[in-house]
Design a binder for this molecule. Structure first.
Ligand SMILES: [Zn+2]
Length: 107
């Protein structure tokens, strides 16, 4: 079990850019914050990436490799993400960095 990921979390790329979730539905809410799903972060935009010289900036999420619930879904088929969610961008990696809610957990 791990806490689910919500819009209250900060999600950044490996160069401190911010991943901007596209929230498709607020059907699942914890403490007033929408729970994020795989669809919400698929191809999500990344703002403010400041990579080292010679590395192109991150523009969007490429893959979601970890932290996808196998048990909790929104709308029947869209898996909820957990706080250990991470993956790759077009030019690096991304991950959730907190602060982390603890009211709702899933596996
Ligand atoms: Zn980046």
């Amino acid at each position: 079990m791990a806490p689910v990921l919500t819009e209250a979390e900060t999600i950044t790329c490996s160069h401190q850019g911010t991943v901007v979730a596209k929230i498709h539905s607020r059907a699942l809410v914890v403490a007033g914050a929408a729970v994020l799903t795989k669809a919400d972060l698929q191809e999500a935009r990344i703002d403010g990436c400041k990579p080292p010289p010679s590395v192109p900036p991150c523009a969007s999420v490429l893959t979601i490799d970890d932290g996808v619930s196998g048990k909790l879904f929104r709308g029947g088929d869209d898996p909820v993400l957990l706080v250990n969610a991470k993956g790759t961008t077009n030019s690096g990696t991304w991950q959730a960095v907190g602060p982390g809610q603890t009211k709702l957990e899933a596996q």
